[in-house]
Write a protein that binds this ligand. Structure first.
Ligand code: 4AD
Ligand code: MG
Length: 477
């Protein structure tokens, strides 16, 4: 059996003058006398003092960046600045293979793009280990938030026969032989012979099934992987991303917006309260990176300052119509600075969202009541017959983190919308049944988990907040 003490335990509650065995990887070594060791249990490293005269030369020389070592030694108060305690090594051993001369990573700063190509190694860097600890923290906080408030975690399927968002950008799931696809008499693919006997795909959203949960359990949420085959090579899109979708009976759009705001503030607060060390490290990383940029290109606030600001201030709430009016009165519009013209009926582009959030209101904004023609079929029609009870939560740097709506619970209105949008009734018979039999007003939203983690960590690319990103032409590891 292996016995070791985790570095976080040594640092938090130092067993002074007693002996510990710690195991981990070398982040830095100085003057062949000091080793900074990490083991993932905390953002901090533990300083190991190696009196190299007491160790074989060969062993000392073989210690390299990211060598994996085991050290047994005494915990003492540190003589130097920068740490309270350190471990004076009595014995030191290299664990595993140590062929680090060919190691692709180096102690000096390497770009996130380079590290992305070495995703199997990047978790060892200070930045990425902080990001993935925070990713865990946010996931835990999601479950805690809902559990503490009486919501049930409801598992919706990953393989489905429906296209919930009506976007049609789905990954097919099939066991048919692509080289010898069975065809029907009228030259269509014979899905009858496919595994499920019908066309199926990876889910783009668990919402439609979550509605089933809400109309029986009252308050549910999903939290799982979601797939979109859109060819979006942006810093905010993945082909495989995680989404959280609460769905609540007896909720309207106002309830929905209140829940969204309270929920994201809770997630941020949880990380501020429990993972401050990791946040400080990421905050400093951004400051270092922006040091040489002109003022105008720097973020207006530090990372932690920004997180506190979002938690402490009420989100701005405006209608889509107000947003368009505001954009058309704006300086960038009048000076022709927008690439896309903001006009009623068109979707808000990233540049418009960023203007509203970063320049105009300077805080998160919830935009509601979008034109029906740019939104999904299931959103509840407003009395004006032109807009639907939809809402998007927009964040600085990220844009849309949440998309949600009150759902159309009136069977006849829903049927009409489905006809308008060419959505076949037969496929969604069960969804329609929910309206026919004991229907209820209800609402919900989807939070993009990666985008939330992006905001909290300050990482600029969503591919750097998930261990193994999936995007167009990217499925390594
Ligand atoms: O706005 P979306 O498409 O909404 C839905 O799927 C609804 N069914 C949600 C609901 O009402 N239950 O997606 C929700 C959120 C977006 O706001 C965004 O944060 C994230 O999911 N998202 C993505 N994140 C990463 N990569 C992508 N390709 C994403 N597409 C959406
Ligand atoms: Mg959306």
């Amino acid at each position: 059996m292996i016995t070791r003490t985790e570095i976080t335990k040594v640092l938090q509650n130092p067993p002074l003058d007693s002996e510990v065995t710690v195991m981990g990887w070398v982040r830095a070594y100085r003057g062949r006398r000091f080793i900074a060791l990490f083991d993932g249990s905390t953002s901090q490293t533990l300083q190991i003092v190696v009196d190299f005269e007491n160790f074989p030369e060969e062993l000392i020389n073989s210690i390299k960046f990211h060598s994996c070592i085991s050290v047994t030694g005494t915990v003492v108060k540190s003589q130097g600045a920068g740490q309270d305690v350190e471990v004076v090594a009595k014995s030191l051993e290299i664990l595993g293979e140590n062929n680090l001369d060919e190691y692709p990573l180096q102690a000096k700063k390497q770009t996130v793009e380079f590290l992305r190509e070495h995703a199997h190694l990047r978790t060892r860097t200070a930045t990425f280990s902080a990001v993935f600890r925070i990713r865990h923290a946010v996931a835990y906080a999601v479950h805690k938030y809902f559990n503490d408030r009486g919501y049930y975690y409801y598992h919706t399927p990953i393989i489905t026969g429906s296209d919930a968002e009506g976007a049609g950008e789905m990954f097919r799931v099939s066991t048919l032989d692509p080289a010898d696809t069975p065809m029907t008499e009228d030259q269509q693919v014979d899905y009858n012979q496919d595994f499920f006997g019908k066309p199926t795909n990876l889910t783009v959203s668990g919402q439609l099934q979550a509605e089933i949960g809400a109309l029986a359990l009252g308050k549910v949420y999903t939290f799982g992987p979601t797939f979109r085959a859109e060819n979006s090579n942006t810093t905010r899109h993945l082909s495989e991303f995680w989404m959280i979708e609460p769905e609540v009976a007896f909720f309207d759009l106002d309830n929905d917006m209140d829940l969204a705001e309270d929920f994201v503030k809770y997630l941020i607060t949880y990380v501020l309260d429990h993972f401050a060390g990791d946040l400080e490290l990421l905050d400093k990383r951004i400051q270092d990176a922006e040091k040489n940029l002109p003022q105008a290109q720097r973020r207006p606030m530090g990372l932690i300052e920004m997180l506190r600001f979002v938690v402490d201030n009420e989100f701005e709430r405006i209608t889509y119509t107000e947003a368009i009016e505001l954009l058309r009165r704006s300086k960038p519009f009048k000076k022709g600075k927008f690439e896309f013209e903001p006009h009623w009926g068109a979707d808000l582009q990233a540049e418009h969202e960023r203007f509203l959030v970063e320049k105009h209101f300077k805080k998160p904004v919830i935009v509601r009541d979008y034109p029906k023609d740019i939104k999904a079929f299931y959103m509840r029609m407003n009395d004006d017959d032109k807009t639907v009870a939809a809402m998007d939560v927009l964040f600085p740097y990220i844009g849309e983190v949440i998309g949600g709506s009150q759902r159309e619970e009136r069977q006849s209105v829903l049927l009409e919308r489905m006809k308008e949008m060419d959505i076949p009734e037969e496929e969604l018979w069960w969804y329609l049944d929910l309206r026919r039999f004991g229907g209820a007003p209800h609402a919900g939203f989807g939070l993009g988990f990666g985008r939330m983690v992006q905001f909290i960590t300050g990482m600029t690319n969503i591919r750097d907040v998930i261990p193994f990103p999936r995007a167009p032409r990217l499925a390594e590891f």
